[in-house]
Design a protein around this ligand. Sequence first.
Ligand SMILES: [Zn+2]
Length: 223
Amino acid sequence: MKTVDEIIRSRRRSIGIQVKDDGRVIVRAPLRMPDQAIQDTINKYRNWIIAKRKQVEERRKAVPAETFNEGDLFYFLGNKYPLVFLHDLPADIVFDNAFYTASAPPVFVRKRLEAWYRKTARNVINAKVNALAAAFELKHHAVKINSANQRWGSCTCKGTLNFPWRLIMCPEPILDYIIAHEMAHLKQMNHSKRFWDTVGIMSPDYIKCNKWLTDNSHLFSHF
Ligand SMILES: [Zn+2]
């Protein structure tokens, strides 16, 4: 089994090793760092990487996969709600402290749920983006909702804010932090100290939120 899946060089000053929720190991290195120096660092941390990957895999196995049958639990804004089958509903999914839908094979139920998450994410996230834009005089180009699974948001240099529909599974303070983080990139397209100072003004608890994401984002990665 190889130790590292990908080495990404960029304009950064130090080397960093990250074990993603899906178990992939990413090494980020400065542009001009010699290959040998990167390899030496990987060798030095080999045991740590293997232990960390094992931990990530065990954590993932501990979360049961959804079957999209009645009684399955699904997250919305940090809380879990059961799936309940009911006929003659006015919409594909009706949410009222439970996800109500007509009985159907799992593949259809999954599609309906994803459509509901997408639509709800679009409404909730748009409202929050507009409120932050007004409060902090930020100009964005567009908001897009995507299916990303390992990434909680991004901001393009044109000012397009991308968020995965899964984001509205997270507790609201986390959702607010992710939106603030991406909108802070409208001012600073990097992760410099000035960037984090801007995030800190918009989302004072950002350090706690980052820690929460490291510990919990595996809860939302399958579906
Ligand atoms: Zn960022």
